[in-house]
Design a protein around this ligand. Structure first.
Ligand code: N01
Length: 467
């Protein structure tokens, strides 16, 4: 967003960052083995291709480094204000601008606000009886405590999502015992990861080659959308690939049974790993599927009453997703709080603007997440849309734009109708894609090129212009 603002000649903006450094996900998540599960040539900006990625799926440090390199190249550094946690956003009906307060007591005023807070950054801890009584070290995967050595320790890992499957194979060889508490097994496909040889990197530096690589990855990933967007039955191919992967890697039928999901693949995020299953077959690793009834000072008790003594607990239990935006103190026109505007569920127009909150734009807002391709593609579409909104403001000399409530409602009605028969809603699982009422507030139900095409230009008649 900052790069595109600058390129368009907007220089009067600040980036408020709660932490002391930039990087978001790729700054916070430092657990062993942290890497992207989308190929790097696609999980990067379309306007800043990097022929030098070291692997197909690059590790966290390299992605963070890429972000820093972009900041340097495009001169974004002076715009950052670190240690600025936004505590409230209030729209001023008279001035027609936003007052932004930060935790250090400062206030700022801005004509427009872009929320880039993401959905996966507030760690979620499970509500398990006695959790606070545990005497040993315990931490969340997104707040990995590198001062705690796990070597020779008895470690409990709770959760088997995208984060857990990356660090479990890394820590398993050095711990004394790893007890993995699995509530729902994920579907896992092989990870086609490899170090990109220097010869291939040389080729990628030739004109057009990095673009061709990116485009081919895009279309391969996009074909995965068929089962997601058309009919869950088309997911069968993916399911048999995942089932074969499990059979090949886990010879023990009892363990295999524990690891076999009972819902349609794709209902939860499809995970990719080639070293997770082998780690679970180790002598010092056990998978507990009985659920957790209690945590005591030195142990985790499962629901069949077995007490597992452990020295350390790692929570790989994910993030507060659908409430990440809702928990913010955001007050729009007429003093209406975002929580009240969204009392029936979070929704926006193309996930970007929401009625009653003029000139407030969301990146990765409601229903713009993906199960099959890179969200960076979605973010870039949203950024272009926000730029188009700003151009409309300049052109019309309007002070603000506000999406019409009827347009937003109609858009979301169609969106939910599309989502109804699809795998996230119908696949027979519980996932963080759904809110507490079982409504999908997270996923875009179509191909990404459809989203790209629909957000290419703002439709001015969908908006009220405020002068
Ligand atoms: O979190 P998750 P994550 N008792 O929510 C379990 C992105 N990401 O940090 O499935 C026991 O996926 C829960 O069980 P269940 C990616 O978008 C990207 O792993 O709800 N278990 C689940 O197994 C991903 O989707 C990359 O039954 C409990 C796990 O904890 C998102 O981040 C890499 C429990 C949580 O899994 C989050 O991933 C890593 C309880 N009370 C992550 N509560 C990339 O490479 C929860 N669980 C881009």
């Amino acid at each position: 967003m900052a790069i595109k603002l600058k390129q368009a000649g907007y220089h009067d903006f600040v980036i408020l960052e709660k932490a002391a450094d930039l990087g978001g996900t790729w700054r916070d998540n430092t657990y062993p083995g942290c890497a992207c599960d989308v190929p790097s040539h696609m999980y990067s900006f379309s306007f800043e291709l990097n022929p030098n990625w070291s692997r197909m799926f690059s590790p966290q440090e390299e992605i963070w480094e890429y972000m820093r390199a972009c900041v340097d190249k495009y001169g974004i550094a002076p715009h950052f204000r670190f240690g600025k946690q936004v505590t409230s956003l209030e729209y001023d009906d008279h001035q027609r601008d936003w007052e932004i307060s930060t935790a250090d007591g400062a206030t700022l005023r801005a004509k427009a606000v872009v929320s880039g807070i993401g959905a996966l950054h507030v760690p979620k801890f499970p509500e398990i009886k006695g959790r606070e009584t545990f005497k040993g070290p315990s931490f969340h995967s997104a707040e990995w405590d590198h001062d705690v050595s796990l070597d020779g320790k008895r470690v409990a890992v709770i959760g088997t999502g995208a984060s857990a499957i990356q660090f479990v194979p890394q820590i398993a060889p050095s711990v004394e015992k790893l007890t993995l508490f699995q509530r729902t097994p994920p579907w896992i496909q092989p990870k086609p990861d490899f170090a990109i040889p220097s010869r291939m990197r040389k080729v990628l530096r030739l004109p057009g080659m990095a673009r061709a690589m990116r485009n081919s990855i895009y279309w391969v990933l996009e074909t995965r959308a068929l089962g997601f967007t058309i009919d869950p039955k088309l997911m069968k191919v993916h399911e048999s690939m995942a089932r074969k992967h499990l059979e090949n890697q886990v010879p023990d039928p009892a363990l295999r049974a524990k690891l076999t999901p009972d819902y349609t693949i794709g209902c939860k995020r499809i995970l990719i790993s080639s070293d997770y299953y082998p780690a679970l077959t180790r002598q010092n690793v056990s998978v507990v599927t009985d659920g957790i009834s209690e945590i005591r000072e030195r142990s985790v008790v499962d629901s069949s009453g077995v007490e597992h003594e452990v020295d350390v607990i790692v929570y790989a239990t994910g993030f507060k997703v659908t409430d990440a935006l809702q928990e913010q103190h955001i007050v729009g026109r007429g003093g209406v709080k975002l929580q009240d505007a969204w009392q029936d569920g979070i929704e926006a127009y193309y996930g970007i603007t929401t009625a009653g909150f003029p000139n407030l734009f969301f990146l990765l807002g409601p229903n713009t997440g993906l199960g099959h391709n890179s969200v960076v593609f979605m973010i870039e579409s949203q950024v272009r849309y926000v730029m188009d909104c700003l151009h409309l403001l300049s052109k019309t000399q309007a002070r603000a734009i506000d999406v019409k409530p009827g347009r937003q409602r109609a858009y979301n009605r169609r969106l939910q109708e599309r989502l109804d028969p699809l795998v996230w809603n119908e696949g027979g699982c519980n996932s963080w894609y759904l809110d507490e009422h079982g409504v999908n507030r997270t996923i875009w139900p179509g191909f990404t090129f459809e989203y790209w095409a629909r957000t290419r230009r703002i439709k001015p008649d969908a908006y009220e212009l405020i002068y």
